[in-house]
Design a protein around this ligand. Structure first.
Ligand code: BGC
Ligand code: BGC
Length: 838
């Protein structure tokens, strides 16, 4: 599945850029040589938000009055759970945010007035000049990514993948405008949208945040959505009281990571970066997007948050972006040599505002101020960052808008979840449904029938809304958490009852009186970043739902499946077990849009036809390495099409998982795909390939056991946390070893026992880590003799490791001192474990 499908070199980008000749690199150019090519192949973008000399004078006047302390305050954004209005006053913070599932007073049920009141408090604090500082209104940012989705009662639009199916840029403008109004009603200034990811591997848990795998669709949507949120740069209401600041995110190639690993590494050439991942930014910037969010991901091993070439040379200098670059959720902490509380490297690379979301932002503030004073951050760079922030704030009218509660839309409960916004969302649902199968024209259905509505998605608004819905992952919500919303079932009831039909809700498909037809609504449960990554494209609840479909079919009931999903998944068996099959994505709060399409009008004519087309290629198997296509990009039936397709192949392509008696991780050298990596006490990470590597607090040396340099001696000096381990940028499935009672086995020689806790870890992605304490075991082994130790895999699974998608099968971390040597690290089955669990 790697690197698919829409390399539009020569079409879209070629047209925008005149890309002639940019592919000239010598046959033996290395990756880093490619990376140092000039930015000249990137386009110059003429933003419709033109430079305004009067405005620039205001910026300079403000800047001239600010102290370094105030300037550093401007470049920090703190999160609701960790910041008070008093902090905003004391530190002159430039911005606050509420992360996914973060609310005023930590109250999920915060009312509209609570949001506005808190916005007022922050605003008043930021403009309080009692300490002699300059009054600079704070801006509040929020993840309004499918409507104002953290707020109870808001309109929830279908997720981006669904919108991509609609192929309707004008609709994006309307959705942006409606979202902006709902955000403005809560007194919030800034939306972290649109996401312009062009996802290339659907295993990524953020695939649904992407409009399409096709850059031209993303490009056609980016501009209109920005314009909907911010307003028309040349029009009256631009960034006025009904608009909010937009964010083009996550710059760049967040959707291009190897294996779809969240926050992973993008290993493509600059030409591909441009052709696939950049076009969405061209249109968003052209329509004047005022902020750009840096991506968590890396390009060719370098984190975007520290990527001077891409942030400064390309985005700002070449493409002329004059707004500001916001970091992503502590993203600076992952830059080489940085930590959550210190990262001059990111600012120097071109980041303008830290999203200091977790950890001690006050320490980050203090460190950054010190780095300005001692010159590690040049004064000119700080001024440039602040200038950009002030420029955006002035453009957004922050100095004229006054306190949030006094703004025209603020606190107006008629706006949040307004009927006219819901109507746009319902239309978006209708336009986004994609029909994959329709045997004998089962759809559209007559209304005056007895309709069984089955499946766990039928009457479940949380499930139909997906991730980033009230909570971060979209989990933990009940229908009562969505006042004003309509479940898919409720929409069906309204459709059939209006014409004398009957809808029976029955999650498990049981019934008293035989129905004329069954609609089965099933699919993925909500998830968001990190937790949504999967090892392959198989459908998790297949066993349960396939049984339901088969049970209904066995009773001669025609079955139409309505599949809720955030990405293409392998569902050939479910499709075969259905007479009709529609992908409804994650439609959001207006579930009635589904019934609008699948039922005829009362008079028997078609109400709304299917018009959605696949924005992503649909796979023929679940196997990541298989690029077979079941339904091509752009596929989608309508009611006129005769569906003559036969049964689909039912081989998942995953095969039997191979279980060798052992899998070597290190045997004299790191085994493919892993490399030995060390992270020192200053969070510098290095791949170790020389015989001695000396970093701060830790040393790695190749030593002899049986043959020359077949082992590694690891010496921690106890001055801070440091780790050593085997990491890959692709996933490995070791789950078969668990079933076989497997263990992680290694030979160790302990020359100096640990002085503090040591943990043996496995990693399966961000937030996917398990660590098993092994200090006692190592202490008991102190003897300068080699011994073999083993830890049952079960212990790591209990700790949260997902063995079917491992990135690191073995790492050691401690803040103590110790001196050990390692040799022969492997995963084996049928061994007696020294540490066992479960
Ligand atoms: C996500 C962003 C989001 C931010 C704030 C990050 O983890 O990657 O998309 O805007 O959090 O919630
Ligand atoms: C926040 C999200 C954020 C995520 C990133 C969560 O706790 O609520 O907004 O994106 O953490 O780590």
């Amino acid at each position: 599945m790697a690197m698919k499908r829409h390399l539009l070199l020569g079409t879209i980008t070629g047209a925008i850029l005149g890309l002639a000749g940019c592919g000239e690199k010598t046959a033996n150019a290395t990756v880093s040589e490619i990376q140092t090519e000039t930015s000249a192949q990137w386009p110059r973008i003429a933003s419709r938000v033109a430079r305004d000399e009067q405005l620039e004078k205001k910026v300079e006047a403000l800047l001239a009055r600010m102290s370094d302390a105030e300037k550093v305050g401007q470049i920090i954004q703190a999160e609701l759970k960790q910041v008070t209005p008093q902090d905003v006053r004391d530190y002159h913070l430039g911005s606050v945010l509420n992360g996914g599932g973060s609310f005023p007073d930590n109250d999920k049920y915060a009312r509209l007035d609570d949001w506005v009141a808190l916005a007022d408090e922050f605003y008043r604090a930021s403009t309080d000049t009692a300490d002699g500082g300059v009054a600079i209104p704070v801006i509040w940012g929020t993840d309004a990514v499918h409507g104002h989705n953290n707020v109870i009662g808001a309109t929830l639009f279908p997720h981006n993948i669904a919108l991509g199916a609609a192929r309707n840029p004008q609709l994006m403008r309307e959705i942006g405008a409606a979202t902006a109004r709902e955000v403005a009603a809560t007194g919030i200034d800034w939306a972290f949208a649109p996401t312009l990811a062009v996802v290339q591997d659907d295993r990524w848990g953020r695939t649904y945040e992407s409009f399409s795998e096709d850059p031209s669709i993303v490009a056609s949507y980016g501009g209109p959505l920005v314009e909907g949120l911010q307003g028309d740069p040349e029009g009256e209401g631009f960034l006025g009281s009904a608009q909010v600041i937009a964010t083009a995110k996550h710059f760049i190639a967040d959707g291009g990571t190897r294996d779809g690993i969240d926050r992973g590494d993008v290993l493509i050439s600059e030409e591909e970066l441009l052709a696939i991942h950049a076009p969405g930014y061209f249109t968003a910037l052209e329509r004047g997007a005022q902020t750009v969010m840096a991506s968590f991901s890396s390009w060719q091993g370098r984190k975007l948050h520290g990527h001077k070439y891409l942030l400064t040379d390309v985005l700002k200098e070449r493409m002329g972006f004059d707004g500001f670059v916001i970091g992503d959720w502590n993203g600076h902490a992952f830059v080489d040599g940085c930590s959550v509380v210190s990262c001059p490297q990111a600012i120097n690379a071109g980041l303008d505002m830290f999203m200091a979301a977790e950890g001690d932002w006050k320490q980050l503030y203090a460190n950054t101020l010190r780095q300005v004073q001692d010159g590690r951050i040049p004064g000119a760079r700080l001024d440039d960052a602040v200038r950009r922030i002030l420029r955006v704030k002035i453009r957004a009218g922050m100095f004229d808008k006054r306190a949030p509660s006094t703004r025209p839309l603020a606190g107006d409960s008629a706006i949040v979840g307004a009927p006219e916004h819901r109507a746009i969302a319902r239309r978006a649902v209708r336009e986004s449904l994609v029909l994959l199968k329709n045997r004998d024209h089962l759809l559209p259905l007559a209304r005056n029938q007895r309709v069984l509505v089955a499946g766990d998605g039928a009457d479940n608004i949380g499930k139909q809304a997906g991730g980033w819905t009230i909570s971060w992952q979209g989990t933990g919500n009940r229908n009562s958490d969505f006042p004003g919303a309509t479940s898919i079932y409720r929409g069906i009831v309204d459709a059939v009852e209006s014409a004398g039909g009957e809808a029976i809700l029955s999650e498990d498909g049981s019934f008293a009186t035989k129905p004329d037809v069954a609609l089965v609504v099933f699919g993925e449960n909500p998830y968001a970043e990190m937790q949504g990554d999967i090892p392959n494209l198989s459908y998790k609840y297949s066993e349960r739902d396939l049984a339901l479909l088969k049970k209904l079919r066995a009773q001669n009931i025609p079955v139409a499946s309505l599949f809720i999903t955030g990405r293409p998944l392998w569902v050939n068996r479910e499709i075969n077990a259905s007479d009709a099959f529609a992908v409804i994505w994650q439609p959001g709060s207006e579930g009635a849009g589904v019934a609008d399409v699948i039922f005829r009008k009362a008079d028997g004519s078609v109400n709304y036809d299917f018009t959605g087309r696949l924005p992503f290629t649909w796979p023929q198997t679940a196997a990541p390495e298989d690029s077979g296509v079941q339904y091509a990009f752009d596929f989608g039936l309508d009611y006129d099409t005769e569906d003559l397709a036969g049964l689909l192949p039912e081989d998942s392509g995953l095969g039997e998982r191979q279980l060798a008696s052992e899998l070597k991780v290190f045997e004299g050298r790191p085994m493919e795909p892993w490399s030995l990596q060390v992270t020192d006490i200053g969070n510098k990470r290095r791949s170790v390939d020389s015989s001695v590597t000396e970093l701060e607090g830790i040393r790695v040396q190749a030593v002899d056991r049986n043959v020359q340099e077949d082992s590694r001696r690891l010496t921690w000096d106890g001055s801070g946390v440091a780790s050593v381990g085997f990491f890959a940028n692709r996933r490995t499935d070791l789950s078969a070893y668990l079933e076989a009672g497997g263990a992680l086995v290694f030979d160790v020689k302990v020359d100096r026992a640990p002085s503090a806790d040591v943990r043996l870890g496995m990693n399966c992605g961000t937030g996917c880590t398990a660590e098993q304490p092994i200090s006692d075991l190592l202490r008991d082994s102190e003897s300068a003799q080699w011994r073999t130790v083993s830890v049952a895999l079960q212990c790591l699974v209990d700790g949260g490791a997902q063995l079917d998608m491992l990135l690191s099968p073995f790492y050691l971390v401690t803040d103590g001192a110790m001196d050990i040597s390692l040799n022969s690290i492997r995963v084996a089955s049928g061994v007696e474990a020294d540490i066992h669990c479960g």
